[in-house]
Unconditional design. Structure first.
Lengths: 282, 238
């Protein structure tokens, strides 16, 4: 094992340009994938923020007793889909309207706006069908005059989310495939550059496992270094975007770690495949 | 030690390379394989260290049979043989001692034993002063000596040499040939393919002539040349 590690490290020293080229290629392939990941992450965050605003508003008829609304609040709050439920009194509704529509504040007179029950739904229950079903369940209360949940808007949002997910998966797979092909080719080139060494190793009686070990270590190291470099590039790119374009979020630490690990795994797998094929030939 | 029994070898592109080749290399023997280019000499040698496998027939090398071997047997078999080529096949980015040490490292020789063993091998091939030279800094004959030292690293029972003097001038050829004779005299069998008929005639060693993939002459079987071996080599040296 010690010899395999030494040989792997020596390979960097013996062919520094080729090693640097491999690491850079891996880094840029993963960087392209990482940029896409950042875009996908920020779109997802934006959609989640918008989704958080999905709510059902049930307007309460004038003259409804407070016991009835309190009981309904309890019932609705116990719905499995309910994230939060609250009662907005007529006065609160008026205050809110005046605040939101400042220039028309004098238009609103007291008692013009009805009280309402506002229900926010848990993530996973914000699709149009569920929202509609919950709204129907609330509608059965006698005191409910009208119910609103922006049906059209919820449907559009849901469609947008589906499109974003599908596009994300398709583009993600494409980027990942391209990255794997490029990285695989780069590693294959590095292995082929050492085909003479491999043939000599075989000639003097080295086992396939012995021959493979330094290449696997080398591939793992190149993949890891490429992954770290890609992460640094993505971080720099995000800094530029944050400064000049729009505020965007970066990967969580665990996502970054997964990215580096992916680089390491691609390096390892690329090396294993290339050496394996090569060992069958020489 | 090495036995070919009715060996046929065909390649998909070029067709039959060997047809019904049978011979045996005995312990301590020095055998030349001669014949024109494309006759099948290199194929015979490749079959010896299982780089190629027979299409028909059997090659048996030190107990390992081409008919029954497992992939794991091949590295073990190659450690019992030393192989030398016309083009030396040295690692250009490593110096002489690293090239030899490499052969010991890959076979798991304890690190403490590698240095002294390399020094002994370099002394044996007359290159003790060139240990830190790179292959490109050496003459052809010296590079071939390094290749021979590497081939001897794991104490092989036989040396397989494919035109080892093909790239060398006459003086270097004589030196390399003498080195092979010395190695043979110490008990290692040698199977050498060569074009150099003068060398073959002067040696008096057993000769197998191959033509169009067939053995057309074997001095041991036909009595054409004196049956050779380690004793013959020693006699000639004297």
């Amino acid at each position: 094992m010690r010899l395999a590690v030494r040989e792997a490290l020596l390979a960097f020293r013996r062919a520094p340009m080729l090693s640097a080229l491999s690491i850079t290629t891996i880094a840029f392939s993963l960087f392209a994938f990482g940029l896409f990941g950042l875009v996908a992450l920020n779109i997802r965050n934006a959609l989640r923020t918008v989704e958080d605003r999905v709510e059902i508003r049930a307007f309460i008829a004038d003259g409804t007793g407070s016991e009835a609304t309190a009981a309904a609040l309890g019932d609705i709050g116990a719905f499995p889909e309910a994230a939060s439920v609250r009662l907005v009194s007529q006065a609160q509704a008026l205050d809110r309207a005046r605040l939101e529509l400042g220039e028309f504040s004098d238009v609103f007179e007291e008692g013009i706006l009805p009280a309402s029950i506002e229900l926010r739904l848990k993530p996973g229950f914000r699709d149009p069908a569920t929202v509609r079903a919950v709204a129907k369940r609330i509608e059965v209360y006698d005191f409910v005059d009208d119910i609103r949940f922006g049906e059209e808007w919820v449907e559009k949002l849901h469609r947008l989310r589906n499109i974003a997910t599908l596009a994300g998966v398709a583009l993600g797979l494409t980027f990942a495939t391209v990255a794997i092909i490029i990285i695989g080719s780069t590693i294959r080139m590095a292995v082929m550059a050492r085909s003479r060494e491999i043939s000599i190793m075989r000639l003097v009686g080295a086992t396939n496992g012995f021959i493979r070990a330094p290449f696997l270590i080398e591939g793992f190291l190149k993949g890891t270094l490429g992954g770290v470099l890609a992460l640094v590039l993505a971080w720099v790119a995000l800094g530029i975007i944050n400064r000049f374009v729009v505020q965007a979020a970066f990967f969580d630490p665990w996502m970054g770690a997964v990215g580096v690990l992916a680089g390491a795994c691609i390096g390892l797998a690329g090396s294993a495949l290339s050496v394996g094929r090569h060992l069958q030939k020489v | 030690m090495i036995r070919f029994s009715h060996v046929h070898k065909s390649f998909a592109r070029t067709g039959a390379a060997l047809q019904d080749v049978s011979f045996q290399l005995n312990k301590g023997e020095f055998v030349f394989i001669t014949g024109p280019s494309g006759a099948g000499k290199s194929t015979i040698l490749k079959l010896c260290f299982f780089e190629e496998m027979p299409s028909k027939g059997e090659v048996k090398v030190y107990g390992t049979s081409s008919a029954t071997y497992r992939p794991g047997d091949v590295p073990k078999l190659r450690r019992r043989l030393g192989v030398v080529f016309q083009d030396f096949r040295l690692l250009e980015d490593r110096n002489v001692e690293s090239n030899i040490a490499f052969a010991l490292e890959v076979t798991g020789t304890p690190p403490a034993q590698i240095g002294p063993r390399v020094a002994r091998l370099l002394a044996q091939v007359g290159l003790a002063a060139k240990a830190t030279s790179l292959p490109r800094e050496l003459s052809g004959g010296e590079q071939q000596r390094v290749a021979i030292a590497r081939a001897l690293a794991n104490d092989p029972v036989a040396l397989i040499a494919d035109e080892p003097t093909g790239n060398l001038d006459e003086r270097a050829t004589r030196g390399i040939y003498q080195l092979f004779r010395d190695i043979n005299a110490s008990g290692t069998a040698v199977l050498m393919a060569t074009h150099d008929l003068d060398l073959v005639r002067r040696s008096g060693c057993r000769t197998i002539e191959v033509n169009r993939g067939q053995v057309v002459f074997d001095s041991a079987a036909d009595g054409g040349f004196r049956a050779s071996g380690a004793s013959a080599a020693v006699e000639d040296d004297a």
